[in-house]
Ligand binder design. Structure first.
Ligand SMILES: [Zn+2]
Length: 352
């Protein structure tokens, strides 16, 4: 069959397709071959393009009725959708679904039309994935080991002064095996359900001793009638209050103070008059100053770049005791400020 179908046959094909869909292709094919041999039902009428090239009409990949890519054949269109879905599959994937209704739809190409942009299966799949024209929903089942955070328990002791603490027993994180069902859309997790949790090792709590002994220096100064016990009200320890992290739960742990963002080297002043009960380096606190203000009130100033006060020194309210820094467990210059009342941490913002 060398002859191309006439203009009227093409028209008939197009018109019937509107009504009958793919059956029209078959009808048109039969019309052309009328009276001759059997024609396969998937026969597609070739078209001569404006550039002289003869091709069979390409097929659209559609998503919710929208034409998203054009490929050589119906089979290719189906292959594109499969390829996009496979793109998000991994060893943990147990289910793949595509949110949109997808289908293959033949292009209405006429003799003399300009050559359309036809993509390979790979090109079409890559473009659809990049533009996220399809939503591939995958379900993965993942089993991981995760640490269990330890808790802190307090024990009172008269061997330490009020406001002083000491770790009696270091805490130890536990370990658990967690099986999760993760739902993803185009590779992004949108929902995580814990299916099963098995504790491999329990966490052991950290035991912290908190002092109950009255501070002799504070008692002594108080008995002399001087102001070393403090006024009971606290002044801001830095010139500007800019809270970068508040008091309370943070990342599954409790943030024992407030973080006040401040340039490195800025002065830190005593929030109230009192006695310096600690001035030195202390683990994750870095350079730390603790001031006992009497009446069970103690303040902490952590991550300092420099310490200007000495242990045992009596300080006045507003006196510079240290400089802002980023020592210890800190990601940038700030003052970590804690207020403890009878050994228990309270929100410093209640005082400032
Ligand atoms: Zn902090």
């Amino acid at each position: 069959m060398k002859e191309l179908p006439s203009r009227s046959l093409r028209f008939l094909k197009t018109r019937k397709k509107i009504v009958m869909g793919t059956a029209a292709v078959f009808l048109a094919a039969v019309s052309i071959a009328a009276g001759t041999a059997i024609v396969p039902s998937d026969f597609e009428v070739p078209v001569r393009l404006a550039n002289g090239e003869v091709i069979t009409p390409p097929w659209y990949v559609t998503a919710n009725g929208q034409q998203v890519a054009l490929v050589d054949s119906k089979e290719d269109a189906r292959e594109v959708v499969k390829k996009v879905a496979q793109h998000y599959k991994n060893n943990e994937t147990v289910k793949i679904e595509i949110e949109e209704q997808t289908s293959a739809k033949e292009m209405n190409l006429e003799n003399g039309d300009k050559k359309p942009r036809i993509m390979t299966v790979e090109e079409a799949a890559a473009e659809i994935a990049e533009k996220e024209e399809l939503t591939v929903k995958t379900t993965e089942v993942v089993t991981e080991e995760e640490p269990i955070a330890f808790k802190e328990t307090h024990e009172k002791t008269d061997k330490l002064y009020v406001g002083q603490t000491k770790v009696k027993k270091e805490g130890r994180s536990g370990l658990k095996k967690v099986t999760k069902k993760i739902t993803k859309e185009n590779g992004e997790a949108v929902k995580t359900d814990v299916v099963e949790e098995e504790i491999l090792q329990e966490a052991e709590p950290q035991v912290v001793l908190t002092g109950t002994k009255e501070n002799e220096e504070a008692l002594f100064t108080a008995s002399r009638g001087t102001e070393k016990r403090g006024s009971g009200s606290l002044a801001a320890p830095v010139s500007t209050i800019r809270v970068t992290s508040g008091f309370g739960p943070r990342w599954g742990r409790t943030h024992l103070g407030v973080d006040l963002g401040m340039a490195s080297g800025s002065p830190i002043s005593a929030a109230d008059g009192g006695t310096v009960i600690f001035a030195g380096y202390s683990g994750s606190y870095g350079n730390l100053v603790k001031i006992d203000h009497g009446n069970g009130l103690v303040t902490y100033y952590a991550h300092c770049s420099a310490i200007l006060a000495k242990e045992g020194q009596a300080v006045e309210k507003g006196q510079t005791i240290a400089k802002v820094g980023s020592t210890g467990n800190s990601t940038g210059p700030h003052l970590h400020f804690e207020v403890r009342v009878n050994g228990e941490n309270v929100n410093p913002m209640n005082y400032l």
